[in-house]
Design a protein around this ligand. Sequence first.
Ligand code: T3D
Length: 258
Amino acid sequence: MTILVQSHAFYRLITLDRPERLNALTVEMADALVAALAEAEADPTCRAVLLTGAGRGFCAGQDLTAIAGMAPAEIGDLLDHYNKLIRKLRALPLPVVCAVNGIAAGAGANLALACDIVLAARSASFVQAFTRIGLIPDCGGTWCLPRLVGPARARALAMLAEPLPAATAAEWGMIWQAVDDDRLMPEAHALAARLAGGATAGLGLTKRALDASEANEFDRQLDLERDLQAEAAGTQDHAEGVRAFLEKRPPVFTGRRL
Ligand code: T3D
């Protein structure tokens, strides 16, 4: 087993579970993550996902013991598995919180950045370790980094492969927040529970709109907002939100589309 999945009220906690190797990624782990995300999506009672790592690291990127001596073509096959995971995270119609509990290196850093809201322990850091071993940032790093921190910082992070402390990552807008180590999991759970109790169908549509905005021109994005808003307006949660506002009470959202 490379991951652990635990159900909480309305969300699932997925823990990368190879602590002896700082949760370094393998194909088996990536495939297990894709399957766990698909199961979370298929479960109508699951409305958010929380991802973290066991032990002192979040994820040290590709397990280097697994690729030593691998032919370049095999590396391409391997990345197909990782890309499937990154695509699944981005397209998941549920909010995904990532609690970065320690070092996030290489593909591990970019796995975290593919999540929707990233919290990190103050002692954690992010390192685009790829160039240290002659590789380029993958798992979406060359796409995410310039958009999150701007081209100048993205280039330096990718080329220098220096660890970026969690607090600086938050200051630069690469992640949502750095929190004291002992507050990481309580805050991450509270955030996942809060999102899971929200209008989650609308949150899924929000993800779609924000992702599409990276490629769309303004006019096309306005059209997309109109279309997705029509979908959001058809959800039970929209009706409940408006009703609750008018009745001056807190809304009770279900995440149901119809
Ligand atoms: O090839 C491809 O294209 C495939 C895709 C690649 C995408 C990538 O992710 S490339 C980048 C791969 N990752 C790295 O290069 C990071 C390698 N690890 C490190 O540089 C350091 O371990 C860290 C900076 C992450 C942490 O350092 P430290 O001092 O806190 O811990 P450590 O002692 O180095 O590691 C603890 C153990 O985990 C150690 O095992 P041992 O000696 O106690 O038996 C270490 O070997 C193991 N470990 C850490 N990272 C990996 C790993 N084992 C396999 N693969 C790892 N990536």
